[in-house]
Design a protein around this ligand. Structure first.
Ligand code: NAD
Length: 261
């Protein structure tokens, strides 16, 4: 498969799954727009590495996924710079762990904005160009939490269930436009997002780090192994192939058997 002459935009791609997905798309020849927060030098190093390793163009957008106008601007800028957004990967996401009674309202709003609404606004901006060109792939990083819940993750679980519904709706609306819309639902992938929630879970449940990893995180994952970023990226690449043209509206689990239980 080659994505030469295609452009991909991956939200939340300065680290973790998003960066792995952006690098995989670039390895297949796509020009890529990366997005997200972080230390400026590290982001520039990641962007420049994509260009030098894969011989494609890579652009960094600092757009904030809580701001609809910035999301639309990011898509417009990508189209102006590279001529298209052929592959949109809605991946930006944050987590916050707390009982509902203590869950800060601003954290709820922020998670719904980044993990759910940003995908809606990015789709809204990218779909007209995909329709004009008669081809598109919209792929969102959902989560096992789009299918099942865990305690203390109310906003995250609500947002991820929302992504699964948005995916189905968009797939139906675009079914005859050669644009497929799917989401991928990983179990636990070892990334900074997972690492960062360990201290909160230790506090919320009174556990050691080892207990959080073995008894909370991987408790639900029957294979007792973390999913890898490269495995998620490989599924994104497959969804971009012609072989996947009839996969649309799907919520594809990659969770070591978690949601089979
Ligand atoms: P990560 O923390 O490594 O990456 C998150 C990315 O989102 C970063 O680039 C960050 O800068 C960006 N981001 C955060 N707030 C933003 C904002 N307001 N605007 C723009 N970018 C913003 O996390 P990750 O584990 O790679 O997670 C990526 C996605 O995968 C998320 O949607 C997450 O919910 C999902 N996911 C992760 C796991 C896992 O176990 N790691 C499992 C299932 C689903």
């Amino acid at each position: 498969m080659t994505l030469k002459s295609k452009t991909a935009l991956v939200t939340g791609s300065t680290s973790g799954i998003g960066l792995g997905v952006a690098r995989a798309l670039a390895r297949e020849g796509a020009d890529v727009v990366i997005n997200g927060f972080g230390e400026a030098g590290a982001i520039e190093a990641a962007r420049a590495a994509i260009e030098s390793e894969f011989g494609v163009r890579a652009h960094y957008s600092a757009s904030d996924m809580t701001k609809p106008a910035e999301i639309a601007g990011m898509v417009r800028e990508a189209e102006e710079r590279f001529g298209a957004v052929d592959v949109l990967v809605n991946n930006a996401g944050i987590q916050f762990v707390s009982a509902i009674e203590a869950f800060p309202g601003d954290k709820w709003e922020q998670i719904i904005a980044i993990n759910l609404s940003s995908a809606f606004y990015a789709m809204q901006a990218a779909i007209p160009g995909m329709k004009r060109r008669g081809w598109g792939r919209i792929i969102s990083t959902a989560s096992a939490h789009s299918l099942v819940a865990s305690p203390y993750k109310s906003a995250y679980v609500a947002a991820k269930h929302g992504i699964a519904g948005l995916t189905k709706t968009a797939a139906l609306e675009l079914a005859t436009d050669r644009i497929t819309v799917n989401c991928i639902s990983p179990g636990y992938v070892w990334t900074p997002l997972v690492e960062a929630q360990i201290p909160d879970t230790m506090r919320a449940r009174g556990l050691t780090k080892e207990q959080v990893i073995d008894d909370v995180l991987l408790k639900a994952q029957p294979t007792k192994a973390f999913v890898t970023v490269d495995q998620v990226a490989a599924l994104v690449l497959f969804l971009c192939t012609d072989a996947a043209s009839q996969i649309t509206g799907a919520n594809l689990s990659m969770d070591g058997g978690w949601t089979a239980q």
